[in-house]
Design a protein around this ligand. Sequence first.
Ligand code: CO
Length: 148
Amino acid sequence: MKNRSLSCAALLAVASVSAEAACDFEVLVNDSMQFQIKEMVADSSCDTITVTLQHEGQLTKKVMGHNWTLSKTEDLQGIAMDGMNAGLENDYIKPGDERVIAHTKIIGGGESDTISFSPSPLTPGGDYSFFCSYPGHWSVMRGTFVLK
Ligand code: CO
């Protein structure tokens, strides 16, 4: 009984942490076309928001590359379309694309990349999404970015 109540408390703690706005995020990916989180909740009072993308798979970035890209949801598809033409050497992001709020490099299995950016250009409550701009991934490999 003691163990059971402990694990319930742990579950509750995880649930409340995940709903709480944060400044630092670790985003895990692997050899499938999905992020291990569907929603990220950031705090508008953060000086900087830091995102570490960690690829726990085996495949190379040419085969199963992933990045973490942030934009307004309405800009997502256009960024991905232009990014496809930009190629791997540009991390599948069109150079100078002003619709991109922040993005990591494209990484493969065993690699990680960390970026930091200021939340100040973002509007709390705005409609933002994070996604992978690797060709073909953006339609399913995406989630909601909430700024509180
Ligand atoms: Co991807």
